[in-house]
Design a protein around this ligand. Structure first.
Ligand code: A3P
Length: 345
């Protein structure tokens, strides 16, 4: 049995067999999993409810939506955009608030099914909602309701691709899409799933990569996500930024983002943004997630959320065989899309 979203996408529930098949690699949520077709987005079964709600969500012209496949540099770009808009002189007292609050994740709602999200994090949202909007119902979407009353310009995070938003999204709102080469993305995703308690991944790196390439990881598949942004790359309200370019020349990228957002920052202010969002500064400010969300023993050895922040860490993880397999997979898809990645610094 399948249903349709307001966007026309078909929702196909994943079978019990599929969910039981690879307990090590598959992240199964309380209410099961679905694929959203035709692209095949793999999400918790709560996603369709919130995706339909997003169709009625009021995006504003001043909003900035940061859209990414997980582990592509989302947090970095959120911090860049927020600092440009709200803290270019580094004097905003709210800069120390969690990014979860300063730049809420609209795609996070679907994970609020009580199993895969740390309880204290859920409670933080619920309490905030109760205080700011008494009488609101959590089922209506905590993040969306908080966003509704948030003063602008809002910096909103999303792992949902652009196609799942209202069709006129880009006519209303600026979108920054961050892309990262798939080898470093999967390495980062692997470490994240190991260190985050709710995922607690204990399988091998090779199995994780196979699942990534076979579209079995939540928030995937990778290529349609990138393709969905890439085919809109000429839209004036979309800016595609590569993680590797941020690494290679942050000032050049900040100039581009400054122009795109229309923030008109001075050279000094852009330097402030670079300083505030540098890996070492963000690392020293602490994790963007609650401490309790991490497996403490692994945190030290693995590095946590703001982990290593380099280009080319895949070289430390991949066997020649796996690397070759990935290369073929990547070549096929990049040729189709007509794009190329930088692989090393
Ligand atoms: P690594 O695990 O390779 O270190 P996301 O925010 O999309 O989850 O992406 C997380 C990745 O971005 C992690 O990559 C993290 O270290 C990296 N990252 C976060 N902030 C960064 C920064 N200021 N500079 C460089 N990389 C950063």
């Amino acid at each position: 049995m399948s249903m349709r979203l307001a966007t026309g996408h078909e929702v196909v529930p994943m079978s019990e067999e599929w969910m039981a098949e690879k307990p090590e690699t598959r992240q199964i949520y309380h209410r099961g999993m679905v694929r959203i077709m035709p692209e095949g987005w793999l999400y918790p079964a709560t996603a369709p409810h919130f995706l339909n709600k997003i169709q009625d969500f009021k995006f504003r012209a001043e909003d900035v939506l940061v859209v990414t496949f997980p582990k592509s540099g989302t947090t970095w770009m959120q911090e860049i955009a927020w600092t440009m808009l709200h803290n270019p002189d580094l004097d905003n007292p709210n800069a120390h608030e969690s990014l979860l609050v300063r730049s809420p994740d609209i795609s996070q709602e679907m994970t609020h099914d009580g199993k895969m999200i740390p309880k204290d994090q859920l409670e933080m949202f619920n309490k905030k909602l109760e205080t700011l909007r008494p009488g609101s119902r959590v089922e209506d979407g905590v993040v969306m309701q908080l966003l509704e009353i948030m003063p602008g310009p809002r910096v909103i995070k999303s792992h949902y691709p652009i196609t799942l938003f209202p069709p006129n999204l880009l006519d209303t709102t600026k979108v920054v899409y961050v892309a990262r080469n798939p080898k470093d993305t999967v390495v980062s995703f692997y470490h994240f799933c190991r260190v985050i308690k709710v995922f607690n991944y204990q399988g091998s790196f090779d199995n994780f990569v196979e699942e990534f390439m076979n579209d079995g990881l939540t928030f995937g598949p990778y290529w349609p996500h990138l393709a969905d942004a890439w085919r809109r790359r000429d839209h004036p309200n979309l800016l595609i930024v590569f993680y590797e370019d941020l690494q290679a020349d942050i000032m050049a990228e900040l100039h581009k983002i400054n122009k795109f957002l229309g923030t008109n920052l001075t050279q000094k202010q852009l330097e402030n943004v670079a300083q505030q969002t540098a890996f070492s500064t963000m690392k020293s400010r602490g994790e963007p997630m609650e401490k309790g969300a991490f497996n403490k023993d692994l945190l030290k050895s693995s590095g946590g959320y703001i982990r290593k922040g380099v280009m080319g860490d895949w070289r430390n993880h991949m066997s020649p065989e796996l690397n070759q397999e990935m290369d073929q997979w990547i070549q096929r898809h990049t040729a189709e899309l007509g794009l190329s990645f930088k692989w090393d610094s």
